[in-house]
Design a protein around this ligand. Structure first.
Ligand code: CIZ
Ligand code: SF4
Length: 310
């Protein structure tokens, strides 16, 4: 790419020319969030993808999210700036192993967190997000046996909140498991007025300390509605860009990881760059596709979720 090229202007031009829309997840780098037509969490982004009139969707997020957009809008072309933008949580649940796991519990209903592959969704009865997981479990009869996957931390949190006994798949997100309980405790001693807020993909010991636990959208809303001036944030640090934009004057401190080499950035989310986004829009590549038979089966549990949470 010509280094003098104004990427922002070029992306705007191509977007109009191609009738394209840019959807960006809260964990994307600030430049990408600033050029996006819509910024949100994985559920909000898919809903936006389903209702847009655009014929081309550039999904600035990770692979499973682009797949969900494709499942909900199979007629649209869905692009992902970096095809290697995967997800450690989705990778922690290979569909062939999950299928075997499921066979051990034939009378159980399968609820899967949206952070999983399209193939896994096709093996599920209901999909959920961190916003509606509790509501979805509560919508089922009290004696309904349930498998919950792939995130064991979200699963344990939902089990605790609902008082239900869930069979959990042993998966986790690498970003949300790095937070140090001890370092957070020390940080809070230095910032006694700060609210500590956490995403339910964090470990239970971290969630127990939190003033508020919620999805990315929930955390953002909490910072807007709270009287507090300072927040310690235990989730991917990209969300802090929107927190700062929505709350001028308030301070946001990323929760400390357990070792100094670690950081709160998701290496998959951060594979996308403004430059790759430009190239992907220009070349209409890489494209994310999902086999027809998977689309048909994966649509059902996603639509069930949308019905329950509507
Ligand atoms: O960890 C993630 O990737 C999250 C929280 C995604 C989302 O938007 O639910
Ligand atoms: Fe996956 Fe975790 Fe990255 Fe989200 S933050 S995309 S769950 S690895």
């Amino acid at each position: 790419i010509d280094p003098t090229l104004d990427l922002f202007a070029e992306i705007e031009r191509l977007k109009k020319e191609k009738n394209a829309i840019i959807l960006a997840h809260y964990y994307q780098e600030p430049d990408i969030q600033d050029i996006a037509d819509y910024i949100g969490d994985s559920l909000g982004l898919s809903q936006e993808a389903a209702k847009t009139d655009a014929s081309l969707i550039v999904f600035a997020g990770v692979h499973f999210m682009a797949e969900t957009a494709k499942i909900l809008s199979p007629g649209k072309k869905v692009l992902l700036p970096d095809v290697k933008a995967g997800c450690s949580l989705a990778d922690s649940c290979p569909p062939h192993l999950f299928r075997k796991f499921k066979e051990k519990y034939p009378d159980h209903l399968v609820i899967t967190y949206v952070n999983c592959t399209a193939e896994l969704k096709a093996l599920s009865d209901i999909v959920c997000t961190s916003t509606n997981a509790v509501q979805i479990v509560e919508s089922l009869p009290a004696d309904q046996k349930i498998i919950f996957g792939p995130d064991k931390n979200l699963g344990a949190y939902v089990a605790k909140k609902t008082g239900r006994d869930l069979v959990l798949w042993n998966g986790a997100c690498m970003v949300h498991e790095i937070f140090s309980q001890e370092k957070i405790t020390r940080l809070r001693e230095r910032h006694p007025a700060a609210k500590f807020i956490a995403h339910p993909e964090c470990e239970e010991v971290v969630l127990q300390m939190a003033d508020y636990v919620g999805s990315t959208t929930g955390l953002l809303k909490y910072t807007i509605n709270s009287e507090a001036e300072e927040f310690i944030v235990a989730t991917e640090s990209g969300i802090i860009h929107q927190m700062e934009k929505a709350n001028p004057g308030k301070t946001f401190i990323p929760a400390p990881p357990n070792n100094s080499c670690a950081c709160n950035d998701c290496p998959y989310m951060k594979r996308n760059t403004l430059e790759k986004l430009y190239l992907c829009l220009k070349n209409e590549y890489p494209e994310v596709t999902v086999p027809e038979h998977i689309i048909e089966r994966a649509r059902v549990p996603i639509e069930r979720m949308l019905d329950i949470s509507a």
